[in-house]
Design a protein around this ligand. Sequence first.
Ligand code: B1M
Length: 211
Amino acid sequence: MSDVVRDLFDAIVSGDRDLVLSKVADALSDGLAPTLILDDGMIAAMAEVGDRFERGEFYIPEMLIASRAMQAGLATLKPHLIDANVESIGTVVAGTVRGDMHDIGKNLVVAMLKGAGFEIVDLGVDVAADDFIEAVRSRPVDLVALSAMLTTTMPQMERTIRALEAAGARDGLKVMVGGAPVSKAYAKQIGADGYAPDASRAVALARSLIE
Ligand code: B1M
């Protein structure tokens, strides 16, 4: 790992927002690939934060401060990760499911889908099944993208899919799922059309589902 990426990693773990911003700028001006900055510097740092939380070395405030530093860095990195001005290839309604407040991963998926030319309706976090139903009824939608980061909120994905079916809104509508605890097998089990483990594979999956 290069020094600047290591510094960026440390700055996110310690939640130093200003240092994160300057390290992202340094890494970009050093010519490092945006995906490398994201994967090795930023996503790896959030995994470290999660590990420290699990070991009881970090508490919620540290996790929150690190996530704010991460979001600030992401805002700088985003334009470099995505190709702008691509023609719309489909509409996606995205959200983190009911009871779940995690949105960094969902925001990355949304940014990459936008960059790939999808029109996005981002419902945010803690989204109830009824809100997904309302969103797909109020406009033509090709795909619903559900994110969950907690084992306790994963069942909300299934609940949302069943609710879409019960509301008669599932015909011709694809559903994809993702988030750290989610797997391909779980996606299949709950009747989703696909699962992606990360944002770039989410774009490939969305394209293939809409084709
Ligand atoms: Co929380 N948290 N958290 N947290 N948090 C985790 C998820 C946890 C694994 C930490 C740990 O214990 N190691 C753990 C979950 C354990 C479990 O369920 N088995 C946990 C817990 C327990 C909790 C609380 C319950 C803690 C508490 O209150 N006691 C609480 C729950 C609150 C709630 O949601 N109701 C909580 C709260 C929080 C904060 C608010 C402090 C903060 C979130 C801030 C925010 O998102 N705005 C937070 C954070 C930051 C984390 C960790 C540290 C980092 C998550 C993250 O942003 N990762 C996380 C530990 C970890 O992940 N190792 C943890 C970076 C992000 C880029 O990755 O989100 O995985 P990720 O997204 C990836 C892929 O998953 C995928 O693509 C993304 C980009 O590559 N992906 C998709 C995501 N969605 C997708 C959708 C797709 C396709 C791909 O298609 C639709």
